[in-house]
Write a protein that binds this ligand. Structure first.
Ligand code: 13P
Ligand code: SF4
Length: 332
């Protein structure tokens, strides 16, 4: 099973690493990648660095140089416990900021500082202050896909893996849930007793899937099991067999071992999970996240060589944002 610990042991020799990605990388392409991989492995060792990689990273990152892989929640949890001096986040900027919030005294690097997120872009700290003024006393639950400034205005964070639990932990009948409208609507459907005030932010990858896409996959493959990420619109989730975070989808495949599965999410997920489950056939309705794809082996190598691009957060703001993240991590 792909989990947050499976890749954290001593690195495999290069031929074994190639074996892991040989379904995606031709033998003729490997030499060009192998140089960067070898350099990254030795730089990590020299600098006591760790690489956290999100499930949407490409297989040549996910299966060769990453120490910890997982969904946003697992990466936050692992970031909170690492004893490395340097954390390189192979993911997007909000993930690197979360790692920094949890490690104010460590160096956190992101290989491309432009690796953003349409959800994080959809809302500002000022927007949250205005919403609070419109709904006095209503707690603000903020998806981790936001800036540290937005987290600082929030009561508690959540991810797609724990949104229901986080809201239930508040024991209230009304919350503001930001900024992903679809995640909020999909979560509201699971907690009918709680009114959820939403914001009109969307993930540019998942908002493009339609219910018709799912129906057409089922028409072509009547036995397919369809797993959908809850950042997709509710009518897409309604067509699925299961909706969950990227780790939730991976666990589903690991536990149920469907003969044929469609992961309705970012393209690299199927590539990464297929390595672990060669007996499962992956149908690939696939949208690419341009932000995740900014991270490459060459820029990870450069980040380690030059200690760039360091993520820094104003300490006063960070102290407030950290409270919301730590409250989330305390919910089990
Ligand atoms: P999770 O990995 O937490 O499900 O998040 C998906 C995502 O879109 C992250 O940007
Ligand atoms: Fe943001 Fe969507 Fe890309 Fe995740 S997949 S980083 S939510 S735009």
């Amino acid at each position: 099973m792909v989990d947050t610990t499976s890749l954290s042991a001593a690195p495999l020799p290069l031929p074994d690493l190639y074996a892991r990605v040989s379904h995606h990388i031709l033998p003729m392409e490997w030499p060009a990648l192998a140089g960067d991989i070898e350099a990254i492995l030795s730089l990590k060792h020299e600098r006591n660095a760790v690489i956290l990689a999100h499930n949407y990273q490409t297989p040549e990152i996910f299966h060769t140089v990453a120490d910890i892989v997982g969904d946003s929640l697992a990466l936050a949890r692992e970031a909170a416990t690492t004893d490395a001096d340097i954390i390189v986040v192979a993911g997007v900027h909000f993930m690197a900021e979360t790692a920094k919030l949890l490690n104010p005294n460590k160096t956190v690097l992101i290989p491309d500082s432009k690796a953003g997120c349409s959800l994080a872009e959809s809302i500002t700290a000022e927007d949250v202050r205005k919403l609070r003024a419109q709904h006095p006393g209503v707690p603000v639950v903020t998806y981790v896909n936001t800036s540290a400034a937005v987290k600082a205005e929030s009561d508690v964070c959540c991810t797609s893996g724990n949104a229901k639990k986080v809201i239930e932990s508040l024991g209230v009948s009304k919350v503001i849930m930001l900024p992903d409208e679809f995640l909020a609507q999909n979560t509201a459907a699971q907690i009918p007793g709680v009114e959820i005030i939403t914001w009109a932010g969307h993930c540019e990858v998942h908002e493009r899937f339609t219910a018709e896409d799912i129906r057409s996959v089922r028409e072509s493959y009547p036995d397919v099991v369809v797993l959908v990420h809850p950042e997709a619109p509710p009518e897409v989730v309604a067509e699925a067999d299961f909706a969950g975070s990227t780790a939730g989808m991976i666990d589903f495949v690991g536990q149920k071992r469907p003969g044929r599965v469609a992961l309705v999410t970012e393209c690299s997920m199927s590539d990464n999970v297929a390595v672990e489950y060669p007996e499962v056939e992956f149908v690939r309705p696939c949208n690419l996240c341009p932000h995740m794809k900014r991270i490459t082996l060459p820029n990870i190598r450069k980040a380690l060589e030059l200690r760039q691009h360091e993520v820094l957060i104003d300490p006063t703001l960070a102290a407030r944002a950290r409270i919301a993240v730590e409250r989330m991590l305390a919910v089990r």
